[in-house]
Write a protein that binds this ligand. Structure first.
Ligand SMILES: C[S@@+](CC[C@H](N)C(=O)[O-])C[C@H]1O[C@@H](n2cnc3c(N)ncnc32)[C@H](O)[C@@H]1O
Length: 255
């Protein structure tokens, strides 16, 4: 990846430079200005990540150490691929010994050490294909899946929450004991039933909002740590049933 000069971007514009009026709708211009001036976008380019989302995962990992020692990782909703880049790096995955499987219905440019499935995760065959792709139980299941926006906020939230829920049940089905599950969700959006299921299957369940997640966005991440294993049953620890997940907010940090 060609690195742009510090303080500017690929378009040659300086940080803070305004986008010319006239050619774009006001909402598109606001988005573009925010994107151009976003320090995480600049930093992603400089550090060779495909998306600013990389820093959400890196910040969560810095605090919660979910990637350390992971041998296999599954990345759901992976395009354009910054989380998969991190996953391949952590697992030292190579094309000869693949340890990362990524899925997205959008096309994603190839990445060394990553098997990419261009498929809807909700396709009934997706779980089987993902399991086969890494040839062993993953230590981490990541999901940054967000439903394509329809313009109707409530519909978008419900669809993304559904993806989070399906990803959670998939994680419980495939994770190695002691493994971790991280998924995108929304503030106040996680269903009590889902939290209860996660509490029954993981030793710790929390909501986190990394600094790289825009403060004005209702996006949050659900983190379930230390999978108890498939022999654990709900009745193992009834005191945990129905307990709310703690919420942990990270201060926004400058990139
Ligand atoms: C925020 S982006 C992921 C960014 C990614 N973590 C990265 O670091 O580059 C969310 C992705 O989820 C994908 N997605 C949404 N619903 C999906 C589904 N049902 N199956 C597969 N991918 C899905 C979208 O196509 C989109 O590429």
């Amino acid at each position: 990846m060609t690195k742009p000069p510090v303080g500017s971007n690929r378009t040659g514009r300086k940080l803070g430079q305004r986008v010319k009026k006239g050619k774009l709708k006001a909402s598109s211009r606001r988005w573009l200005e925010r994107h151009i001036n976003d320090p995480y976008v600049q930093r992603a380019k400089l550090e060779g990540y495909r998306a600013r989302a990389a820093f959400k995962l890196l910040e969560i990992d810095e605090k919660h150490q979910i990637l350390k020692g992971a041998r296999r990782i599954i990345d759901l909703g992976a395009a354009p691929g910054s989380w998969s880049q991190i996953a391949a790096n952590v697992t030292r995955s190579t094309d000869e010994d693949i340890r990362v499987a990524a899925i997205d219905f959008l096309e994603m440019a190839p990445l060394p050490g990553v098997t990419i499935l261009q498929l809807d995760f909700l396709d009934p065959d997706a779980p089987r294909q993902l399991k086969e792709a890494i040839g062993g139980r993953p230590d981490v299941v990541l999901s940054d899946m967000a439903s394509p926006t329809t313009g109707h906020q409530k519909t978008d939230h419900l669809r993304t929450m559904h993806l989070c829920e399906v990803a959670a049940y998939f994680a419980v089905e495939v994770l190695a004991e002691g493994g971790h599950f991280l998924a995108k969700t929304f503030q106040g959006g996680t269903e009590r039933e889902l939290l209860t299921m996660l509490k029954q299957n993981f030793r710790q369940v929390i909501h986190v909002k990394p600094g790289a997640s825009r403060q004005e966005s209702v996006e949050m991440f659900l983190l379930a740590k230390h999978f108890k294993g498939r022999s654990a049953t709900p009745s193992d620890d009834p005191a945990e049933d129905g307990v709310e997940a703690e919420v942990e907010l990270e201060p926004a940090s400058e990139a």
